[in-house]
Each structure stands twice: as structure tokens, then as C-alpha cells.
Write a protein that binds this ligand. Sequence first.
Ligand SMILES: Cc1cc2nc3c(=O)[nH]c(=O)nc-3n(C[C@H](O)[C@H](O)[C@H](O)COP(=O)(O)O)c2cc1C
Length: 197
Amino acid sequence: MIKEIYDRRSIRKFRQEPVPRDLLEGVLQAGIAAPSSKNRQPWKFVVVSGTAKKGMLQQMQKGLLREVSEKAVLPRSREHIHGAEYTLKIMEEAPVIVFIVDTLAGDLSATLDTEERIAEICNVQSIGAAIENMSLAAVDMGLGSLWIGDIFFAYEELNTWLAADGVMVAALAIGYPAEQPPARPRKDFSALVDWRN
Ligand SMILES: Cc1cc2nc3c(=O)[nH]c(=O)nc-3n(C[C@H](O)[C@H](O)[C@H](O)COP(=O)(O)O)c2cc1C
């Protein structure tokens, strides 16, 4: 897996070739194998492909249009809207979009007490581990993926469309890569690690 860790890239160009069901199941099984806080396994997965993508993309588009209007719910994030429009194009091109749902989270605007916040932080870490497992399994199978947070620009719309047993926390586009991007820069190792002997 060390090879897959370093070979993984965010893929933003996909081939128009369907992903076989058994490979997708392998990717999802790798996600489910992730550790989770108190083994709560606070995740569910909605796999969107084929004609089902159309309705989902319409919802994403609807959210983005709202965010450039005076009805924006994320006005301070407006500088990232162009990036999100690009993400929408990638979602159009990718053969599969997996939505990862947190089955234990409340609404985004819910007020949490300290213990609820800690549980939520731990659940989100668990979900992050599942998504990373999925990204690495995808590399192992010759697939590429893009972890997508721009779905929050259409949070209400996509959550309603998903009608899943929980709230959406991320999406992962999956397909055969049509690009081989070089490794993106990382912060300097020595600035990140504090050794205390
Ligand atoms: C939580 C999260 C959300 C992300 N959301 C998006 C996104 O919406 N659109 C996008 O193009 N990339 C998105 N990315 C990909 C990052 O931009 C990418 O991981 C980073 O630039 C490093 O590049 P690399 O993944 O190729 O190493 C996201 C990554 C993470 C972990």
C-alpha cells in the first residue's frame, strides 16, 4: 500500500468507460474495512452512475446558481465558486460518483455540546479513513478518484436528492484516469514535524 499511497493523485480527467461493478464493490469494501471510533461505522454509500447522474448533477448546478445569487448561504466562500464549477464539470465526466453519508451526524446548522462535538469529530475522522481506503484501493485497481468537498455548495439540494439515512459529508468521483498528473507539492517536512525526545 505504500506504493499506492505515493502513486495516488487527485484525478480530474476520466475516460468514458464504465467501471465494472466488482471493482466498485472492491473499492467500497476497502472503505468499510477502515477503522472507526468505537467501531461505530458511521457511514453509508450512495453510488450514482448512468442516468441517475442527471438528477444529481441538476441539484449540484442548482446549488451553485444559488451561491452566486443574493440568496447565497455560503457568501464567504464565493471566491471558491469557480473551482466548484470546475468540480461540477469533473462530476459530469466521471462515470461514478460515490456519496458518503454520515449516519450519525445531525444537520450542518445543529448546535452541539462538547461531547456531541467530540463524537462528531471522531465520526468524521472515521469517514475520512474510509474515503482514503477507497482512494488507495482504486489506485490498486487501475482506477482514479477525486475526493469532492465542493458538494457543500449544494448541501440542501444534494441531501434532499440523496434522501439517505444520514447527512452527506463527501463525494468521491471514480473512473479510469485519462491523465497522469505529477505529485502536487507538500509542505516542508521539517516545518510539519515536531520531534520531542
Ligand atoms: C476533503 C477534501 C475535499 C476536496 N474537494 C475537492 C473538490 O471539491 N474539487 C477538487 O477538484 N478537488 C478536491 N479535493 C482534492 C484536493 O484539491 C487535492 O487532494 C490536493 O490538491 C492535493 O492533490 P493530490 O490529491 O493530487 O495529492 C479535495 C480533497 C479533500 C481531502
